[in-house]
Write a protein that binds this ligand. Sequence first.
Ligand SMILES: [Zn+2]
Ligand SMILES: [Zn+2]
Length: 268
Amino acid sequence: MPRYRKLYYGVHIGRKTCLCNFTGACIIDKNHFMRLLFIGLLCCSTASGQAIFSGKDSSVIKIINDLPASEPFDTAHSYRKVNSPYVYIISDKDLYDIFGWPIPVKYEDFNFSDYHILGTLECKQCMLYCHHDEGQTNCHCNRCNKGWVWTMRDNKKAFTEIPVTIMPGHIGNKLLSKHHSFIGDTIIKATPDNSMTQWYVTGHGDCMAHFNYSLFTDKYHPVLLLQERNYWGGCRAGGSRDYTISFIMSPGILYHTKNTILMRKSEY
Ligand SMILES: [Zn+2]
Ligand SMILES: [Zn+2]
């Protein structure tokens, strides 16, 4: 993985540039320089063996630079706002839904069966050069500038599949039957004894569509990802189906996302 090495070097360069901040200025005199070089070497030796990114995310293949760094992502739907610091792109449907035309055309050959794209809202310089997770306070000289950073990640290294039980209908939720405004959204609620968590989903497709679900946690971020496979049923009329997905909630989860993959009928 040559790209990995290149980024790893970036960390070392970052460690040296970061030191200019400790003096309060970016100009270093000779005495300072030797002392800082020594500290720098200590820093670097403890840093070696650490993962490239602040999140120690070993699933990252590379940073993608040609996706928007700020919202709106889809200029044709500029009112759309992302309500999470994480945006997962696991299929070409996500590309269309999030960015609109013409970005998906550029990613026609992206191998979604092995990789995905994760968007995170953060300072790109911090992501590349800082170690804030290890308590580093000063890093790069200029101010932090938050924007959307897109990374290509390895599916197998990024996700852990969680066992689920899938039942048709929205089972055991009185709130849902009372509030019919709940259409196509998802709600997570623990059972009274807190042992199981329920994710209520509605799949939208044609009247003969099939749906299947897989649930994953991200190994590096506090996110639960529900993958919905929507199998085309070959019917002209629209249709939707409700399901209840039961699982044991992993500790520390802060966000959840449901991503739909459109499947051909023959793939069912
Ligand atoms: Zn930083
Ligand atoms: Zn920063």
